[in-house]
Design a protein around this ligand. Sequence first.
Ligand code: ZN
Length: 294
Amino acid sequence: MTPPRLENRLPPEDLLERDDHPLRELAWLAGASLALLAVLVLVTGLSARWLAPRLPFKYEVALAERVFDDEKAVVTSADAAAARARRAALQALADRVAAVMALPPGMPVVVSDDPSDLVNAYATVGGRIHVFHGLLRKLDSEQALAALLAHEIAHVKHRHVAANMGHGLAVMLVLSVVMPEGAAQAAQGLLSSAAQLALLGYSRDAERQADSEALAASVALYGHAGGVATLFKVMPQAEDAPAGTAWLRSHPDTVERLAALRAAAAAKGAAMEGAVTALPGVLKALPAAGAPKS
Ligand SMILES: [Zn+2]
């Protein structure tokens, strides 16, 4: 038997020009892109919740601008002036509170109110803070509202929002770095109505940190912790929380919070009571209670 003859064939001369499979390269590229996309989605999915709070805050701001900034058009013309005045009053107080909280540069805080009767407030992506009218009705002083804003601003400052957002939203935030428009559209649905409440359940440590920042900001602004104590007494107990409001259930109960507040205030030498200021009229004259926005 003769061994097979090995030969060194020259490549065909037209190798670089041949076009017998004009779509082959395209098909290969498309397949590779799909595979790459699949890997990207998988990797992003696995790491999004780790990555989200570590991304520069500007990506949250950009996502929030795309998702929330058409909200302003929702206000009907008859209520527009009052609504603008309310937002201005809330924003002015939030700015004063934020000024004593040493936020990193590039971390704006934007407050808005919601006509829902829920006794609640929350911070969401991009430093956006929403306060429900149900809670505003129960806060009887500027000091209590400032304590609430300081608590929510602390969740923004320490990136608790990004660290605790739902998996889907974390993926969208990470993807928004490379495809801002598409990610914003996907995030819109995730941030609407009940979903936005359900996604926010902070750890007890995060809540303690936010309470401690609320105390520090209150003492810096007013010289006492009275507003924080009022806030804690006004917030509903966890067991009274309506279904779906993970935010409320995640907060420590009133007795525990007040005890921790008294201890922390005593350690700082801060008074638990002091002068209080009435809320501005625009924040007391709220329109008749509305249904939660859907
Ligand atoms: Zn909180």
